[in-house]
Design a protein around this ligand. Structure first.
Ligand code: ZN
Length: 688
């Protein structure tokens, strides 16, 4: 599971204006490098609705040679798999990307025209989204140029275009015309609505002629009733019809994507050779074994070994992990996040993790849904070196893995908070929270505590949120029971745990915040985010599709409605602007607790009808009047709708064939960096 609190996340989760003077533990940890931060240019460029940022890797230079070498190998392993996500998302993505890259590199004509500039923006959007669908709304981009111009550019460019065997350039163009220029063709990357979610989704996890029902039957026939350790069925394959029967094309060495996976494996094997300790070595060996076999039991064995590796400084997530891009919630998108630990800031997250049982015991959920043994939750704060695949350029700010519930319950899970990513995200905050605050006192409070409130929310969401609760005996995994509503439920559940405890004096007692005022600020941010601010990312007329956004509106709208009799949250209007003002924080806390209890019940019992009704009633539809108002208010704020990152470059310094040092560089040109990737890591065939 991932948290998208800042980097991809909603305005509601954003910190307030500018930099707060609050010395949060994370800030203290980074203070030694504050001088660098003052001169470091965080924002590289903006186009369409996004900003491209850079992040620093504080502490890298001071690492020893072996650690730097290990990070370098994992960096190469991460980037070697980066193109997989393009093909996973849409079967034409690699062809479009490569065609546009050729034009971008070699077009000899005048580039200073409206059409060419539009083509460059379109290509940047494709790079940013890892494909032709918006990374957040999932809607296909409309190119700002026509097919005739595209055809002209391609034909005038002496490039090497990604033709199929025997295909002419005209035939390639004919293939791409509807895909790029007809808005009705594959309009939605992932759609959770409609009669058949597969028919409505362009994602390339299933053969084009498969129905949702067939897929469900395929896996139902293979699921083992009451299996205490079910594999993550479908996680690492594409499902297609071959000779009339359904079959999985497994992503592994020798299978689909082998060209990239072999490179990933080669770098992982090098990393294995310089591992820090036995636990890390064992985990890397099991990851390699999984990539070689494609066997999902090997994936589970790897995850168990990865959870057991608690002492290492260096960590890598590398694999088919999150299932948000699959409308059926089964298939994992390739991603990698390579990092090392920030020991000071880790103390904060561990202060929460150490009390996990205390929190679990006091949760407002049914006794039978509480976990009796919460010992396995590991939280840490990390410094990100590189991200790839689905984690880049947009990135989560918190990650909690593994995703298999039975492994989490038996072996625990690890949570990370991506501190240097959050630092960079903070740099482009503008006055959005101030705009939605009721008065000056409100705005001041939000400025003072917003950052700390958000940090604690993310920590609790990951460490005691996702990690909490248990499923009733005999109830299957969420993707079977709650299907397309599972991810929304799980994110809401984790948020509600964090919200329920946000104003608990326990956090003051633990030294995590100076007063419960911090938690009250989080309540304000959350309510305004869920009811108003996040709407600025939605195109007028559209429903809310993304799980985290659905979750926030579900929670905020539900407590608003259920608090009405007691006027818990007051809706006020001044000068034509709507404000939500919290009148009773304790009652609001109780409402969060009630909804948490219900969502945990739904998860534990696998009550599909209940979650469908909740999500469809509260989380999907947008109030058009409020939406228009929010868009108008944001227009003045100069806040980019989304942001993502150009990753740093690691450069090995070699002497006599051995790595003696690794240098970190910070590229500032998004296009140049993307072309560099395209040249170094284009291992996959365009058509497969
Ligand atoms: Zn989450």
């Amino acid at each position: 599971m991932l948290t998208t609190t800042f980097a991809r996340g909603s305005a509601g989760q954003e910190s307030p204006t500018g930099s707060s003077s609050t010395a949060t533990p994370a800030k203290v940890a980074a203070s030694a490098e504050n001088r660098d931060a003052e001169t470091f240019l965080f924002e590289a460029e903006r186009f369409a609705d996004v900003a491209v940022l850079r992040y620093r890797v504080p502490g890298f230079d001071g690492l020893d040679r072996r650690t730097k070498t290990l990070l370098y190998y994992l960096y190469e392993a991460a980037l070697s798999g980066r193109e997989i996500i393009f093909d996973q998302k849409y079967r034409y993505n690699l062809a479009i990307k490569r065609t546009l890259e050729e034009v971008f590199k070699h077009y000899p004509g005048n580039r200073d025209t409206a059409d060419f500039r539009a083509l460059v923006v379109y290509l940047k959007r494709v790079w940013f989204a890892n494909g032709v669908h918006h990374h957040y709304s999932n809607d296909k981009f409309a190119p700002g140029f026509g097919f005739a111009a595209f055809e002209r550019f391609v034909k005038a460019t002496p490039g090497r275009f990604p033709l199929r065997a025997g295909q002419t350039l005209d035939e390639l163009l004919a293939d791409l015309e509807p895909v790029m220029f007809d808005p009705s063709v594959d309009a939605k990357l992932v759609s959770k609505g409609g009669a058949d979610v597969l028919a409505a989704s362009a994602v390339n996890f299933y053969g084009p002629d498969l129905t949702q029902r067939e897929v469900a039957e395929f896996y139902a026939a293979r699921s083992v009733p009451n299996d205490p350790s079910p594999v993550s069925a479908g996680l690492n394959s594409r499902l297609v019809r071959e000779n009339g029967v359904l079959a999985e094309q497994v992503w592994k060495v020798g299978g689909r994507y082998t060209e990239a996976i072999e490179r990933v494996v080669a770098w992982l094997e090098k990393a294995h050779g310089v591992a820090e300790n036995d636990a890390q070595r064992a985990a890397l060996a099991k990851l390699v074994a999984f990539y070689r076999s494609g066997n999902l039991r090997d994936w589970d064995a790897y995850n168990i070994a990865w959870v057991a590796d608690t002492e290492s400084s260096v960590d890598a997530i590398n694999g088919f992990v999150e299932v948000y891009n699959d409308p059926l919630g089964m298939r994992g998108s390739f991603e990698s996040v390579v990092s090392f630990r920030d020991p000071e800031a880790t103390k904060r997250i561990n202060a929460i993790a150490a009390e996990a049982q205390w929190f679990e015991d006091r949760m407002p959920i049914l006794e039978r849904h509480k976990k009796p043994d919460c010992t396995g939750i590991i939280g840490r704060v990390i410094t990100v070196v590189i991200e790839s695949g689905d984690a880049s350029p947009t990135t989560p700010v918190g990650i909690n893995l593994p995703n298999a519930d039975w492994i989490r319950q038996r072996y625990g899970s690890k949570s990370v908070y991506l501190a240097n990513i959050v630092e960079a995200s903070d740099e482009i905050r503008h006055g959005a929270d101030r705009e939605f605050a009721w008065d000056e006192a409100d705005a001041e409070r939000s400025t003072r505590w917003g950052r700390l409130a958000a940090v604690l929310h993310t920590d609790m969401h990951e460490v005691i949120g996702h990690g909490s609760g248990r499923i009733d005996a005999g109830v299957g995994p969420m993707h079977e029971t709650l299907k397309n509503y599972g991810s929304t439920l799980e994110e809401a559940r984790a948020d509600l745990v964090a919200l329920y405890y946000a104003i608990d004096p326990k956090l003051v007692e633990l030294g995590l915040m100076p007063s419960v005022e911090v938690g009250e600020v989080e309540y304000e941010r959350y309510i305004r985010g869920g009811l108003q601010q996040q709407l600025y990312r939605i195109v007028p007329g559209n429903d809310i599709e993304e799980d985290h956004m659905r979750n926030r509106q579900l929670v905020a709208a539900w407590v608003y409605e259920h608090g009405k009799p007691d006027n818990v949250i007051e809706r006020r209007v001044r000068d034509g602007k709507t404000y939500f003002v919290i009148r009773d924080y304790q009652k609001l806390r109780e409402l969060f607790g009630r909804l948490l209890c219900e969502l945990q019940r739904i998860k534990s019992e696998g009550d599909y009808d209940a979650i469908r009704d909740l999500v469809e009633r509260y989380a999907v539809k947008v109030d058009p009047a409020m939406h228009a108002e929010v868009l108008m208010r944001y227009e003045k704020l100069n806040v980019p709708g989304y942001w993502g990152f150009i990753g740093p470059r690691l450069v090995p310094v070699e002497r006599g064939g051995a790595i003696v040092d690794v240098r970190v560089e910070y590229p500032a040109d998004f296009g140049a960096r993307m072309l560099e990737y395209a040249e170094r890591y284009a291992f996959l065939p365009t058509w497969s």
